[in-house]
Each structure stands twice: as structure tokens, then as C-alpha cells.
Design a protein around this ligand. Structure first.
Ligand code: BGC
Length: 498
């Protein structure tokens, strides 16, 4: 009896020991997995660092590339495209004009009534239409027909007091937010698509001709009198309402900047010098690249697997199309190498672009003590339920690292422009503040990104210079800006002036 009891006790003790050993092993395993996850986080943090010294190098490289891109065709990764906008709005513009704003997954059509200096924008109406994903990679005809059909519908809703003057054709400012080599203010050929569009038969074609053909097919009698990039539209819209705007920056699905250059400082400009002596340049800074950019393995993989490998490297580190995707890639690595979400990698996490930047932003801004927004995004977007608070905190850290890097790099780009314009030093007798007009969803809706960009720019400029530069949100400047430029290039202008 005793023997049996002892035997049972020994067996029991052995089982307890074995169980304890399993627990210990599991604990050790999970603590080493956690350590691996922390190592991945630390490495990300280090590789994404943007100390002031590095940002200054990025800004200097931007200035150098600006010079090179202005000097000759193909002289730089920065296209430095001539916009043919040599006169920014004065306020005198008047009449009814249309604008079409195409640049992302939605496009907008606008109708604007301008009332000259006295009245400004008297009335405006708009409609927003989303582009079905298949049209972003289809044919030119399909895309432009879809847009022209929406325009036709919008024109049909012209109400009281919002008709063009009798015997006048409707005129349109076309904001087309992709790299275009302009051949005049109202024509230009597409260099390449960005931001997830890939419609090969449009590359090298005149986009105004494509739109005009589609408008004919859909029975819209309208003439494009200005073709502008969204940055150029934002600059024009900004000048109209905010005075001394020297540059405009878009931080949205994509990113880019335009600024006002002395025409005599553009060696590759072969036309007659404009009377204003100025020319707006569309930098296409999204394609900027420099050895000073803090690239990580995630950037390299994202680029290689993108629709436009090797292109838009700066844009891929900064803009709204890519930030969420970067976070997903980091989480994927943690899931694969550190079982961050359990023994298997959650299947949804493997889907490219499933984590959108607005969801990333919601997680990053979560102030609840138990990070419940993070928990619900993980569950709803990535199909990952029951995460611990510790895991959620790491996710907020990753969002912070990726967003801060993008924000600081965009501040460095702005400093590059300020330097090119010689506004990085105080000039005697110059007391007018220079305005940089900013727009785009990232700037508008991702508060932490915006704050970080603004703080970083201030720090880079130093207090004294920072006081002379104002960053202003130019809400929807690009649509109104295109309408204003359509007005200042109206085919009826000479008639009116004579
Ligand atoms: C395009 C630019 C555009 C920017 C912001 C980039 O992808 O190349 O033309 O201005 O996005 O919309």
C-alpha cells in the first residue's frame, strides 16, 4: 500500500515536474519570441531615425536636385516640369468655370462662379465620384469615358444663375495629378502613372486630347483651357486667398510640390521669357531619391513589389498610399519571425495594402487606456482578435516610427525648396511672410503626421526664420485653383479686354 502510494507520488511528482518544465519551456519560448519582436522593433526604430543632421542632408540633396532638374531635361530624378503658369490669379477672374480634379481613387467635378475682386468666389458646387479599381488598370478610353460621363451628368444639373454666358462654350480647368510634360498651358503628355494607376495606352499621350475625345463621345461641349497638376492648382488657389504663397505641397495619397521660380533661372526653358518673369514649376518630388534617405528592408521590398518599381521612392516613404502598407509589412515580419500574433501568421495580414493609412492613423491616435481602437482595427481589418495590451502598444509604436519618418522627410523637402528660393536666411527690408500652401488627406486628417511635419520644419529652420514662413492649409485649393487658371486662360479673355 505504502509502496503503491510512494509510486503514485513519484509519478505525480514527475508529472508535475514535466508540466512545470513545459510551462517553463513555453515561458522561455514566448519570452524569446517577445525578445525577437522587440529586436525587430528596435531595428526598425534605428533604421528609420531622422536626426536633424540627416534631414539637413536630405534638404541639401533636394536643393541640388532642383538645380540639376532645371538645368536640363533628364538632369535629375526630379522632373522639374514647366507648368506654363506664369501668371497666378490676381482676383480679377470672373464668370462661370468648371474644374475636374483627377488624382486618386476619387475624382471631383466642380462648378465655380467667380465674381472678380469685389465678390471673389460667388458660388460653387461639386460632385465626388469614386473610380472603380478595375478602371485604374484598364484602358485610356474606359477611364476617360467614365469621367466624361460623370461630367455630363454634372453639367446637366446646372441650376439658376449657374449657366455660361450666351453663345459661350463651357470652359474647364483640368487638374490631373500625375507627371505630365506640358506642351502648353492646355496640353501635355503623360510621363507615367503613379499611385496605383497603370493604364499603359495613356503614357506618352496628350491627356487633354484624351479627355476631349471622351467628352465628345459623351456629348459634353466643353473646352479645356488649363491643364494643371494639383500642386500647381493649390499654389494658384493659395495665391488667390492667402497672398504671398511661394510654394504648394500635397501630402495625400501621393506627394509632390510646386513653387514659383524666376523664369531666367530655368536654363531648360526655351520659350520667350514671360512678362511676369516667373514660372510655376511642378517638381514631381515624389520621385526624389538620395543616399541620405533612411531606407529599410521594408521600403525595398515594397518598392520591388509595387506597380512602379524603382520610381517614386520618396513618395513611397511619405505618402498616404504607402504608410499603412509599411506598417503591415513590419507586422508581417513580427508574425513570421516572432509569432507575434500566435503560432500562425493571420491570413489577412499577408494581403498587400489591406491596412490603409486612415486605419493606421486611427490606431496611432488611440488614447484609450486599453487601446481599444487598436484592438478593434486589428480584429476588423486584419482578422486578429484578442490581442494583449502589450502587443497593441507595440503596434502604436510602429505607427509612430513610420509616420514620424514620413513627416520629417517631408519637412526636409520643404526646407530644400526654401533654400532654393534663398528664403532660409533673413533679408534686410523683407518683412512679408512667405506662405507654403499645404493640402492632401494626410496633412488634413493625420494630426500626428501634420504636427510632426510642422515641428520638424520649425526646428530645421530655427526660430528666427521659422517666424518668416507660414504653413497654411489650403483646403481644396487645387479644384478652385484649376477653375481660376481656366478663367485666366479663357478663350474669351481677349474679346473681353478689347
Ligand atoms: C504625382 C503628382 C501629384 C502627387 C500628389 C504623385 O503621385 O506624381 O503629380 O502631384 O502625387 O497628388
Amino acid at each position: 500500500m505504502r509502496k503503491a502510494a510512494v509510486g503514485a507520488t513519484v509519478i505525480c511528482a514527475a508529472a508535475v515536474c514535466a508540466a512545470a518544465a513545459v510551462v517553463v519551456r513555453q515561458r522561455m519560448k514566448s519570452s524569446s519570441k517577445w525578445a525577437r519582436a522587440m529586436a525587430i522593433l528596435k531595428e526598425l526604430d534605428e533604421k528609420c531615425e531622422t536626426p536633424l543632421g540627416k534631414l539637413r542632408q536630405v534638404a541639401d540633396a533636394m536643393t541640388v536636385e532642383m538645380h540639376a532638374g532645371l538645368a536640363s531635361e533628364g538632369g535629375s530624378k526630379l522632373k522639374m516640369l514647366i507648368s506654363y503658369v506664369d501668371n497666378l490669379p490676381t482676383g480679377d477672374e470672373h464668370g462661370l468655370f468648371y474644374a475636374l480634379d483627377l488624382g486618386g481613387t476619387n475624382f471631383r467635378v466642380l462648378r465655380v462662379k467667380l465674381g472678380g475682386k469685389e465678390k471673389g468666389v460667388v458660388q460653387q458646387e461639386f460632385d465626388e465620384v469614386s473610380i472603380p479599381p478595375e478602371l485604374m488598370v484598364g484602358t485610356s478610353e474606359e477611364l476617360f469615358d467614365y469621367i466624361a460621363a460623370a461630367l455630363a451628368k454634372f453639367v446637366a444639373t446646372e441650376g439658376e444663375g449657374l449657366h455660361p454666358e450666351p453663345n459661350r462654350q463651357r470652359e474647364l480647368g483640368f487638374t490631373f495629378s500625375f507627371p505630365v510634360k506640358q506642351t502648353s498651358i492646355a496640353s501635355g503628355t503623360l510621363i507615367r502613372w503613379t499611385k496605383g494607376f497603370s493604364i499603359e495606352d495613356t503614357v506618352g499621350e496628350d491627356v487633354v486630347a484624351e479627355l476631349t475625345k471622351a467628352m465628345k463621345r459623351k456629348g459634353v461641349d466643353m473646352r479645356v483651357t488649363a491643364l494643371v497638376n494639383d500642386t500647381v492648382g493649390t499654389l494658384a488657389g493659395g495665391r488667390y486667398t492667402k497672398g504671398n504663397v511661394i510654394a504648394a505641397v500635397i501630402l495625400g495619397t501621393g506627394t509632390n510640390a510646386a513653387y514659383v521660380e524666376r523664369a531666367s533661372a530655368i536654363p531648360k526653358w526655351h520659350g520667350p521669357l514671360p512678362r511676369s518673369g516667373e514660372m510655376v514649376i511642378n517638381m514631381e518630388w515624389g520621385n526624389f531619391r538620395s543616399s541620405h534617405l533612411p531606407l529599410t528592408e521594408y521600403d525595398i521590398a515594397l518598392d520591388e513589389e509595387s506597380l512602379n518599381p524603382g520610381e517614386q521612392i520618396y513618395e513611397k516613404m511619405i505618402s498616404g498610399m504607402y504608410l499603412g502598407e509599411m506598417v503591415r509589412r513590419v507586422l508581417c515580419k513580427m508574425a513570421e519571425e516572432a509569432s507575434f500574433f500566435g503560432d500562425t501568421v493571420p491570413p489577412k495580414l499577408k494581403t498587400p495594402f489591406i491596412l490603409r493609412t486612415p486605419d493606421m492613423s486611427a490606431m496611432h491616435h488611440d488614447t484609450s487606456p486599453d487601446l481599444k481602437v487598436v484592438a478593434s482595427k486589428l480584429k476588423d481589418v486584419l482578422g486578429i482578435p484578442n490581442t494583449s495590451l502589450k502587443v497593441r502598444k507595440v503596434i502604436v509604436d510602429i505607427c509612430d516610427i513610420i509616420a514620424s519618418r514620413g513627416a520629417c522627410l517631408s519637412a526636409a523637402g520643404i526646407l530644400g525648396i526654401i533654400k532654393k528660393l534663398g528664403k532660409d536666411a533673413l533679408k534686410q527690408g523683407e518683412n512679408q511672410k512667405s506662405v507654403i500652401a499645404l493640402d492632401g488627406g494626410l496633412f488634413e486628417h493625420y494630426a500626428k503626421f501634420r504636427e510632426c511635419m510642422e515641428d520638424s520644419l520649425k526646428e530645421l529652420l530655427g526660430d528666427e526664420i521659422a517666424d518668416t514662413i507660414v504653413v497654411e492649409h489650403s483646403n481644396d485649393g487645387s479644384g478652385i485653383g484649376a477653375a481660376l487658371l481656366a478663367a485666366s486662360h479663357s478663350q474669351y479673355l481677349e474679346e473681353e479686354e478689347s
